[in-house]
Design a protein around this ligand. Structure first.
Ligand code: HEC
Length: 162
């Protein structure tokens, strides 16, 4: 009986420890940014066929920010709870007009310095097309994101356009 209790305690401790570790590393899951299309539109860029990464990133680059992130755009310091979404939409061409096509993916950045201490306080995620559950982020891909973003003040490139 004692042996059994001991085993149970060991299993419990290991489980608790791994939860803690998972919770406090940059692996903590970034939530799908529900309702972001109703947030503030920060700006739009357009990647045409001449851009080097056109295959992967061609199309409209719309950026949206929640209320907390909007404070960051004006102060330069993004508070906890800031969420920024990079919405990548195909650009089509019809008689010189460029309508939006399908959504290719969204990139998400969430500020929480407790959850993401190793990646500048930001959690990085990517969701495929219109999916709210199909996550594309990998450890390697995150390194790629950081390769560019960590060189920016508070990891953010864009400036708010009036
Ligand atoms: C080659 C450099 C580069 C890489 C790699 C990169 N980004 Fe970006 N990202 C940018 C630039 C430049 C902008 C701003 C675009 C603009 O202002 O129109 C941006 C904008 C963003 C934004 C809007 C907030 C901001 O910083 O302006 C998010 C969110 C974002 N990227 C997420 C990601 C994620 C997630 C990854 C990895 C999957 C990633 N990025 C990889 C260069 C990069």
């Amino acid at each position: 009986m004692k042996q059994l209790l001991f085993t149970a305690l060991v299993i419990f401790s290991i489980t608790a420890a791994s939860f803690t570790i998972r919770f406090y590393t940059d692996e903590a899951e970034v939530a799908y940014p529900e309702g972001y299309r109703m947030w503030t539109h920060v700006k739009t860029g357009m990647a045409g066929p001449a851009t080097p990464d056109f295959q992967n990133s061609g199309g409209y680059h719309h950026i949206y920010a929640n209320e907390a992130a909007m404070k960051g755009y004006s102060t330069g310091h993004f508070p906890k709870g800031s969420v920024i979404v990079f919405d990548l939409i195909e650009a089509k061409e019809k008689n010189g007009y460029f309508p939006e096509g399908k959504r290719r993916r969204i990139d998400v950045m969430v500020k929480d310095s407790t959850l993401y201490p190793n990646t500048g306080g930001w959690g990085y995620e990517e969701f495929n097309a219109d999916s709210k559950t199909e996550r594309l982020m990998t450890t390697t891909l995150r390194e790629t994101c950081l390769g560019c973003h960590s060189k920016q003040p508070d990891h953010v490139f864009s400036k708010f356009r009036n």
